[in-house]
Design a protein around this ligand. Sequence first.
Ligand code: BES
Ligand code: ZN
Length: 466
Amino acid sequence: MAANWSAEVQRVEDYLAAHATDFVERWAQWLRIPSISADSAYWGDLERAADWLLEQLQALGLSVEKISTAGPPLVYAESPPVPGAPTVLVYGHYDVQPVAPVEAWQSPPFEPTLRDGAMYARGATDDKGQLLTHIWSTEAWLKEIGRLPIQLKFLVEGEEEVGSEHLNNFLSRRPAQLACDCVVISDGAQLGPDQPAICYGLRGIAYYELRLRGPKRDLHSGSFGGAVTNPVNALAKILAGLVDEQGRIQIPGFYDQVQPLSAEERERLARLPFDEKKFLAQLGVCGAWGEEGYSLLERRWARPTFDIHGIWGGYQGEGSKTVLPAEAGAKFSFRLVPHQEPAKITEALRQRLQQLCPPGIQLQLLETAGTPAVLVSVDSPYVQAAYRAIQKAFGREPVFIREGGSIPIVASLQQVFQVPVLLLGWGQDDDNTHAPNERFRLVDFHRGIRASAYLWAELAQIQTTP
Ligand code: BES
Ligand code: ZN
């Protein structure tokens, strides 16, 4: 059996080597589709991106289903059960972030370009490239060996970047279809260029849009300034009132659920091979900033934060215009840590906004996305299997990290299925996710495919009872 097994893995590896270029070319086809979920102008492209993926999965002989929702469609595919071996649910997303500012891209965001050993395009790593690593590894098993060593289920959505609202509803509607022994997600980063990682924690998020209205029309700031509140001034004051100089959030109750980090975890994080100077140099900043008393990794991964994503109001054109604008607004979010609940944060925020709101201003708060933080167990044979697969593909032992980003569906998956979630990010911190010039290095793409191919074999060693 063992000899047979390694012969099969060798054949899978040969298939991967022979198809390396083809994998990149098909990935580029998908990247040409501008599947931006935040912007309704692109909703037709979400549909096209889903269809492209469905075709690929169908060509592998998987049974596929396109599931309509009130939002973008879900793509589902599964292979036959393998008695005694685990069923693994692979999750990913085909939607991407907006591309602005488009002039900062060296090559257009939806004209995938190979440059310096990397694929440049919106979605290159987040998440089309990373998701495809699991699909191409599956292709190798199916085309070369004719079967998979485990049962795989693929669940891919088109609104992760805006909060996964409709997928959330679907999970509770059809839990039996998605039943599994573990979940695999590649939608994050390694710790560094040659330091693969297994992630055991994601931050949550509570995302808002705040709209302020003052006078019923724009006013001359000379004639009216001093008599009524300027909404842009009010916005500046309100936003500044949500956070102090150190980034500590100034909302009563905000930290009530936050647990201190254990001494043991802090030690473990401090021992990670992380070069702070290099990290900062890569970002082009001259110094770090953040909450006092915490290391840079703790601040990125395990402490709550406040960030403004966009702010508007008043005159933005050339020259000066002395206007007292009628309205102003901002988009901002809090990253959350384990035990914080988005709904409670919203409640506390509303009260704080009332305190901060000056007279003559009408305030409207929209809650656009919310998901709690998650911690996943690293103590399972599934994690051990991932460890071995990564070690084999990367030639390095992975380290255990947390991540600061959020994947909204993970909390629900944990709640509904109560199974281990393997967060195996193949990207890098300098891949420019959500920014101009997003990229995914080809070495990481191909190592990710190999790690995935080995992962199916390693997971097959875990005996499950039917
Ligand atoms: N792939 C990211 C999440 C991520 C980022 C994980 C960095 C690990 C490290 C994901 O696509 C994402 O960006 N999610 C959004 C969700 C939000 C809009 C609800 C995020 O974190 O901003
Ligand atoms: Zn993503």
